[in-house]
Ligand binder design. Sequence first.
Ligand code: IMP
Length: 440
Amino acid sequence: MSVLAVLGGQWGDEGKGKVIDWLAERADVVARYQGGANAGHTVVLNGKQYVLHLVPTGILHPNVRCIIGAGVVVDPLALVEEIQYLRAHGVEVGENLIVGKRTHLIMPYHKVLDAHMEDLLGVNRIGTTGRGIGPAYSDKAARLGVRVSDLLDEKILTERIRVSLALKRRILGGIGLSEEESRALDEGYNLEMCRKVREILAPHVCNTDAEIQGAVESGKRILLEGAQGVLLDLDMGTYPYVTSSNTGVGGALSGLGLPYGKLSAVVGVMKAYCTRVGQGPFPTEIHGEEGERLRSAGGEYGATTGRPRRCGWFDAVAARHCIQVTGLDGLVVTKLDILDGLKAIRVCVGYELEGRRLAAFPAETSTLERCEPVYEEFPGWLTSTAGARSWDALPPRARDYLAALERLTGKNIWLVSTGPGREDTIQVRDPFVALPGRES
Ligand code: IMP
């Protein structure tokens, strides 16, 4: 098997970083296909914690080539900072990191727009990460974007920034801006920022679609690293409370220029419970002290913004939606150990609306907000699973819980994560072994 997509099957923060890092041990290439520095992928290696936002998680493996594809939006300052952070921690970042020429840049003015759009939305705000993601993707779609290739040509760069800024100034014209925000709307300031990062980023810039095709043709093992999760997908998520990219398989193919027939399998990463950051419906949310206990046991604070994550029970209805709309072949269940201390564990098995059972995950956010979860309850195992490395090492009730998740989602669990370290992993099925009928 050569091309394995690993994506989030909930609202992000499922632990994809740890899973990609574990799989990257046997991969040649790890490619990010969407999102930007809104992502926070946490990896613990030899007891040391690394938080990556833009650089693919494969960077911690010296022989892995890391690709930032066309579908990503890159904040050049954040990327330079991350490269420097990794180097300062002894991680090699050289020819092993490449950034696509087609990749769009997040400019300082995108962050100003992000903040003001949230202000204007008031109670309807999305609760974005404030990293300029939405405005950068908007510019891309409006054909007002600045791409990585533009960074290397001063004349084109100046023109692109000028065109893009003309409209921003009009949009933000009537709003009182701080001094810093006004600077972010200045052409010279944006150009200067680009000049500063150009020298550092230039050696990493290349045509990544050709690179991906070459890797596929030569039978390299490629991991496609998703950011956020399918419930935050621009089309299939809980719109408008979503991110601005396609987080599923569609985004992986278009964001990397990967022919669809080359995809060998898709793995969905799901936590043994659910979390969500930012606004938007969350049917299984646990409020009050019980939710607080789960948050504190799971260390559920945003890796990018530090915001406390909303916590809730595993939602099998939402999981089935993700499985259907993006085509997940197998699951990875993470953070099982966080449930160790619970006497009873609930899983949402259906939604009820005004006394009627719903057949599917609703498309209207307003409907989802009114849905009442129907729960099945499981007895807790009340013993530690932390660091368990084999299925047999799990207490019977934990195995029953996982079997219930398989029954309720209709998908097999391929890996279980029982702690943050690489070694805290149970392999039930090798994700790299080809599926019947798929290319190997
Ligand atoms: P944006 O991607 O910054 O525009 O934020 C849009 C929504 O996606 C907000 O609810 C964010 O909290 C959420 N979001 C963005 N990135 C992540 C992530 O990496 N993990 C979890 N939620 C995220």
